[in-house]
Design a protein around this ligand. Structure first.
Ligand code: NAP
Ligand code: G4F
Length: 350
């Protein structure tokens, strides 16, 4: 039986990847952090919490990785753990670098010494393209990061390549464009929108405050994307791949389709609030997944409209159950919940 280790198993991708690997017959270990309130809700939602082994790990604590790798000797390591919210990286640039950038060599160096035969996946990001130098973006497009998050991811991306070239390790980077789902955190724009659409439809919320409606993203469906991570590690030779749908849509279009799904018009509810603008923005992302199609035989299965529908319907379902008295630990409140707006720190003086 193959053994996989997923760092960040409590996150959106970690939960879907765990479910996917279990379906392939893997023994799955996943890392979690001690928090004041445990957050295993995604693993619970997918029905896999009791099927995975949880191990304690923090990206700033190298000895925790040493203990894990010594004990479990995985065949495959998927490094999904990160401070993954671009907005927060402007508020906490140093901890973002400490976790998202420096966390990577902490893992790779222990892997190099203890289990050099393991195959390694790094969660790189389309945010590294930032102020895009080419449309669409592919594996050869130059990078231009626009946030402390993107800069941290770029460091980790290059270290992944460096360990492949320097030590002949099987390390791959997936340059993934935005991928969403009902398990997405509420701070990200798609889930913030679909959650608000459900609440507005049910009379629980009156308006939705957003930032830049003109930003364009290439949005895919997370379960489609985790399969690509696995496919990369099944190749004979390690390589880096862009994983994307090849389509781009504005935040405004996302709102339009999401509100339409419940028979409402976004113009009646969405208000632009400058507090949600970023100090520097990534205006347009659209990926070219041709190499993944050719070498991995991967392509996205879910369209943009299907994605929006899945997310809106699941948020509606959750809030309807909530109104009937059921309670779930499905999310931590964020940004705009129960009428309270939390301002990003860099916008407090506005
Ligand atoms: P996510 O939901 O935010 O999950 C991030 C995971 O990292 C969580 O399990 C989190 O644990 C863990 N983590 C955070 N800080 C940590 C630390 N100091 N030590 C150990 N673990 C820590 O993110 P996601 O959407 O699943 O994304 C997975 C990865 O892909 C991330 O690296 C992200 O940057 C990258 N990525 C995502 C996308 C996307 O569109 N989703 C696109 C490109 C790249 P807690 O639950 O305890 O917070
Ligand atoms: O949903 P977002 O916060 O995602 P962003 O910044 O694109 O980052 C996500 O995708 C990356 C891949 O490209 C990942 F690497 C990263 O970990 C994360 O998963 O914002 C999307 C866009 C931005 O342009 C933002 O300015 O939506 C715009 N936006 C407009 N109003 C907003 C809001 N974003 C958020 N979070 N909240 C708003 O109210």
């Amino acid at each position: 039986m193959k053994v996989a280790l997923i760092t960040g198993i409590t996150g959106q991708d970690g939960a879907y990847l765990a479910k996917f690997l279990l379906s392939k017959g893997y023994k799955v270990y996943g890392t979690y952090r001690r928090l004041s309130t445990p957050n295993f809700w995604r693993l619970q939602a997918l029905g896999v919490l009791d099927k995975v082994e949880l191990v304690s790990f923090d990206l700033i604590d190298q000895s925790s990785m040493l203990n894990i790798l010594k004990k479990i000797k995985p065949d495959e390591i998927y490094n999904l753990a990160a401070q993954s919210f671009v907005g927060a990286s402007f508020e906490q640039p140093v901890s973002t670098a400490e976790i998202t950038a420096l966390g990577l060599p902490r893992i790779l160096d222990v892997m190099r010494i203890l289990c050099p035969q393991a195959k390694f996946y790094q969660a790189s990001s389309s945010e590294m393209f930032g102020k895009v130098q080419q449309i669409p973006q592919n594996e050869k497009t130059p990078f231009y990061p626009r946030s402390p998050y993107a800069a941290a991811k770029l460091y980790a991306h290059w270290v992944t390549i460096n360990y492949r070239e320097a030590y002949n390790l099987f390390t791959c980077s997936g340059i993934l464009f935005n991928h969403e789902s009902p398990l997405r955190g509420l701070e990200f724009v798609t889930r913030k929108i679909t959650n608000a659409v459900a609440r507005i439809k049910l009379g629980l919320q009156k308006e939705l405050l957003l930032g830049n409606l003109d930003a364009k993203r290439d949005w895919g469906y997370a379960p489609d994307f985790v399969e690509a991570m696995w496919l990369m590690l099944q190749q004979e030779h390690p390589d880096d791949f862009v994983i994307a749908t090849g389509e781009t849509h504005t935040v405004r279009e996302f709102c339009e389709v999401a509100f339409q799904e419940v028979g409402l018009h976004y113009n009646d509810y969405v208000k632009v609030d400058e507090r949600f603008f970023r100090p520097s923005e990534v205006d347009l992302l659209v990926g070219d997944p041709a190499q993944a199609k050719q070498k991995l035989n991967w392509k996205p299965k879910t369209t943009f409209k299907e994605l929006v529908k899945i997310m809106v319907q699941e948020d509606l379902n959750r809030w309807q159950r909530f109104q009937k008295g059921e309670h779930f630990p499905w999310d931590a409140p964020y940004d705009y919940v129960f009428g309270k707006t939390i301002s990003p720190t860099y916008q407090l003086d506005r």
